[in-house]
Design a protein around this ligand. Sequence first.
Ligand code: ADP
Length: 454
Amino acid sequence: MIQKILIANRGEIALRIVRACREMGIKTLAVYSEADVQSLHVQLADEAICIGGPRSSDSYLRADRIISAAEIADVDAIHPGYGFLSENAKFAEQCESCNIKFIGPKSKSIKMMGDKAVAKETVRKAHVITVPGSDGPVESETEAVKVARSIGYPVIIKAVAGGGGRGMRIAHNDVSFAKEFHVARNEAEKAFGDGRVYIEKYIERPRHIEFQILADSHGKVIHLGERDCSVQRRHQKLIEESPSPFLTPDLRKKMGKAAIRAAEAAGYENAGTIEFLVDAKGNFYFIEMNTRIQVEHPVTEEVTGIDLIKQQIHIANGEKLEFDQSDIKFEKHAIECRINAEDPARNFAPSPGTIGLYYPPGGIGVRVDSHIYSGYVIPPYYDSMIGKLICFGATRKEALERAYRALSEYLVRGIKTTIPLHKAIMADPLFIEGKATTAYMEDFLTRTTPELFS
Ligand code: ADP
């Protein structure tokens, strides 16, 4: 049984894991960079070890130092959180070979689903429909153009190793395709060290709807419903909610079953997410699987009442899932707003600095997952997300009204944040009507004056 966990992450997710462990009576070891000495996860964990300099490549991405810290502190398991090494099959393998449990799937599943082309091939065999596109990576421009023409424009060129919304280019004809193909390959090579790209039909104005999966090591796989993550900027999620205002019970059932088949096809174990794009007619297409806990996991927790981090630890312990699909009830509506240290009035420029007055909202139906506090200095080295506001209620209307109310109370002085932007979205009729697709944000930003968000 796991008694001590190393948390190979920082920020709000590190804190989230510390909290789950504390409730379970499990000891925690925080590892941190020199820039994170003052971070709350370091203060609240039972032990902490500094593993290097501020840059991620000198600390949170240093598998060797993390494993050394795990051995020095004699932990049984490592929780990777999201980002950093969470989807690194080699790291999972290293943990496995050092006899340290990696709280996540087996390295084999990470490898399989981490290569987006292999992932698509795998789920197709399980009769899950994928976006029409190339069979695996495309090598030459001539071959690529042929594929693009046969699928029909517009197409999207995506990095096989892609993630975080990067490494994607859209082409509308042969001319733009030739240019974007090379740009995509160069970008992919730079960002991921793997220049391979594949091609997909570009679905216009889809919704991004994903299913949360839990799979134990005894072969049971269930889903915990969906999250609608259509509100995105540059392919990065800003708002997530559950249930999706678009899904009918029938479509939810079909997609849930497809998600379970996809997870089974990957031989999946632990918590994971199957992502789909859904067109206006309700056709749904698998795009990728995330083999880790996700930023937006709290909306699922609030709707189902299930603590996903604790479930991850139970599964890593080899325990059986205590519930069946029929036990999972979706009784509430939950919505999450990502609070980023960015200035939405100035094209989302990063806004690191020192937090002045800080007052997070509270009251009924409000949860704030955040590692910041008054006087906290946001280091410029990492992701700009400084917290997540999760609001829930009996209906979507109530959850949205609560979110608007909570955003009105939220005070983060000293830096710019996305709070005013979220407030404007919560009051936007199109969003309130549940009509947002992945094209929503671009449209919203062109019809709103940026000064509104300062
Ligand atoms: P990443 O791993 O970088 O997050 P995804 O494959 O999950 O990349 O896609 C991220 C977002 O990019 C999707 O939510 C969607 O908005 C957009 N996208 C990806 N593939 C397509 C597609 N074939 N058609 C239209 N939009 C797409």
